[in-house]
Ligand binder design. Sequence first.
Ligand code: FE
Ligand code: FE
Ligand code: ZN
Length: 277
Amino acid sequence: MLTIGCHLSSSAGYLAMGKEAVRIGANDFQFFTRNPRGGTAKPLDLDDIKAFEEYRKENGITAVLAHAPYTLNACSKDAGLREFAKNTMSDDISRLENIDGAMYNFHPGSHVGQGEEIGIQFIADMLNSVLFPEQKTLVLLETMAGKGSEIGRNFQELKDIADKVKLNDKLGVCLDTCHVFDGGYDIVNDLDGTLNEFDKIIGLERLKAIHLNDSMNTLGCHKDRHAKIGEGGIGLQAITNIINHPKLRELPFFLETPNDIDGYQKEIELLKSLYRE
Ligand code: FE
Ligand code: FE
Ligand code: ZN
């Protein structure tokens, strides 16, 4: 069965997200841990979480992916902002420990002119200060489009981060199809080649989730503008190949396409119809 869902608003809590997911035919979902532009998280509601966990078992929601706020930049030039990134991630993870099998995705960061090497070191420093041995929440590095000074624009940069992290059994990768395409990986004409390269550099066992998005732009443009499924440079045939690929088809897929909830429902229906059972 295809594991597919989309990004949902977290404002009404976990149970509400679970119900919304089921209503639109999803069996997973993603949400922001707090306002994507920063700010504090709501207090933890353990009753809501308990109700969600029960609902989820009955309704087959298999994967829950939390997304860190965009303002979290582990490799800012500003020591205060690097500290904010550490505190935010640490607080987010401690909350997610209450959700069964939750994963936590973040954008590695932007080195803002300090260079990749320093950027990668700062990101590893954050992870080394935040991750803890008993942690159950898997932290995912997202593949980035490489706009501006983004770290994670190729597989090697993610590998270099993981290599510097002591508890790197807590780390995985979330592959964003729009981002890797914009980053120059030709998943349209050579999906196998891209996956082989991922396997050679990072190892496919680290691949834990897919952000399934089309791209408004062309291969290698380093732009990061998501398009609706089948309406961009990746196209429906390539997306069909991605969800059915033997090395990807069991992973949880998360839509981050420019849609309202009805649009997401339609895309989920479409993707289910394209999945070969
Ligand atoms: Fe993201
Ligand atoms: Fe993404
Ligand atoms: Zn994006």
